[in-house]
Design a protein around this ligand. Structure first.
Ligand code: PHE
Length: 456
């Protein structure tokens, strides 16, 4: 497959993959998880999870993807050699596909918030922000409209292919995202009493360390690094044979964690400065934050207006680059397995993800009957993809690489066919095998059992 598409440069590899990792998970989920789980202690455990578990799992997916030079399903099949292990790849594609529609709904809310900030609708008292969000999420038209808009924006990028679509867009969007991030962090940290928020993020209070903090950090690190959704494997199939997988995974993990911590530095100093407790859970970004920005910059309304606008712009850019990677998982699969042109495949994915997204969105209150066993369709997607499929696919991938695939094949991929052969690097290889063989599967099993109350 000499003519298979690939990323044109090292920078492209890093920015595109970091674009997949940096998303709503960093700017939305990480801050509220930190708020709920004791601040600095959570961050400390989180970083350990990224290094010990996240990076090895990321490398495992890279190995499958680059070795396979094909979409996730076929890449796993190639290494599985006709055994049922091939199913992991299909599960990865399915998980990636299912999450696309649901992720697009939340991304759509971000677009609506850009619009609302722009026309000055994001101003009022705390009660107003609550009503605003409830009305938006239960509206039958607006969120569906924005979901479809963001999916079509993704389509316009994806249909241009790997280099001129994904890579080019990432090279533009990721630096923009960084600049916005630094601007808002600067403004937030200059507020009076900002130091309290900074302390909350960096001064660990070990008395807050509980099993839940540990499990929360573990789950968050996997979600944030885009593990087990087929994305890393699909992107790795576009890496060149010279890409150093360990180095790239480490750089991507570093960027991802830095963005998460900077997102904390954007939100906590502002929240503490106006005395708002940042432990409000998922509504932190959409309800608490607009209010915090408005109050914090009350004496400089124009700055407040710009910060709020830039914040939702940043959130949307982060969501878009993640959505691109999710979309690509199914696009590559349909394009290669069903022999459809790339454009057509991308369109099929966009339309079907729009339908799923629309149903998820409508299940939040606009239409009765989309609530199954007391959970809305939206919550079901969140639950099935994040809490069931993600741990299963992650667990099986580690077992597959650690126990099933012959180690000489894993080693060949890990060392770029023997090119990377210093003694230190080979030690890293043995460490990697140890981690994916024992440590990662055990840790994933523990979160999984705990989630279902089987382990207290
Ligand atoms: N990692 C992304 C985030 O932090 C979410 C994501 C998960 C994207 C899986 C793609 C695949 O938001």
């Amino acid at each position: 497959m000499g003519d298979r598409a690939n990323f044109g440069s090292k920078l492209g590899v890093i920015l595109a993959t970091a674009g997949s990792a940096v998303g709503l998970g960093n700017v939305w989920r990480f801050p509220y998880m930190t708020g709920e789980n004791g601040g600095a202690v959570f961050i400390l455990i989180y970083i350990n999870c990224v290094v010990v578990l996240g990076i090895p799992c990321m490398i495992s997916e890279f190995i499958v993807g680059r070795h396979g030079q094909a979409n996730t399903a076929r890449a796993f099949s190639k290494l599985a050699n006709g055994s049922p292990w091939a199913l992991i790849g299909y599960m990865g594609v399915l998980t990636g596909f299912l999450i696309t529609g649901y992720y697009a709904v939340v991304s759509g809310w971000c677009l609506q918030y850009i619009w609302a900030s722009l026309i000055g609708h994001l101003q009022g008292n705390p009660e107003y922000f609550k009503t605003y969000f409830t009305e938006l999420s239960t509206d039958p038209v607006k969120p569906v409209f924005w979901t479809v808009v963001i999916l079509f924006m993704t389509y316009l990028i994806i249909e241009h292919g790997v280099r001129s679509g994904i890579e080019r867009a990432s090279k533009l969007l990721m630096p923009t995202l960084f600049i916005l991030l630094l601007l808002i962090v600067g403004a937030s940290c200059m507020l009076p009493n900002a130091t309290k928020g900074i302390e909350f993020l960096f001064k660990p209070d070990l008395s807050k360390l509980t099993a839940d903090v540990f499990l929360g950090a573990l789950g968050q690190s996997f979600y944030s690094m885009s593990i087990a959704m087929g994305c890393l494997c699909t992107y790795a199939s576009y890496f060149s044979k010279y890409t150093n997988l360990t180095k790239s995974a480490t750089q991507i993990a570093l960027i991802d964690s830095m963005v998460a911590i900077l997102a904390g530095l954007m939100i906590f100093p502002a929240a503490f400065s106006v005395g708002v407790n940042p432990d409000s859970g998922p509504s932190l970004i959409f309800i608490t934050l607009p209010n915090v920005f408005q109050q914090a910059f009350a004496s400089l309304p124009l700055v407040g207006y710009c910060i709020s606008l830039l914040f939702f712009l940043l959130l949307s850019l982060a969501a878009l680059t993640s959505l691109m990677s999710l979309h690509e998982v199914s696009t590559a699969f349909i394009h290669e397995e069903m022999k459809m042109s790339r454009k057509k495949a991308a369109l099929v994915v966009t339309i079907s993800a729009s339908v799923i997204g629309a149903f998820c969105s409508l299940s939040m209150g606009a239409v009765d009957g989309l609530v199954i066993f007391g959970k809305s369709l939206f919550d079901w997607f969140d639950f099935i993809t994040g809490q069931v499929f993600l741990p299963i696919v992650g667990f099986l991938t580690c077992i597959f690489i650690g126990w099933f695939v012959p180690h000489h094949i894993v080693r060949k991929e890990f060392t770029n066919d023997g090119e990377l052969k210093s003694r230190g690097y080979l030690r890293l290889f043995y460490l990697f095998i140890f981690l994916v063989k024992y440590v990662c599967p055990m840790a994933i099993l523990v979160i999984f059992l705990h989630q279902f109350g089987l382990l207290k």
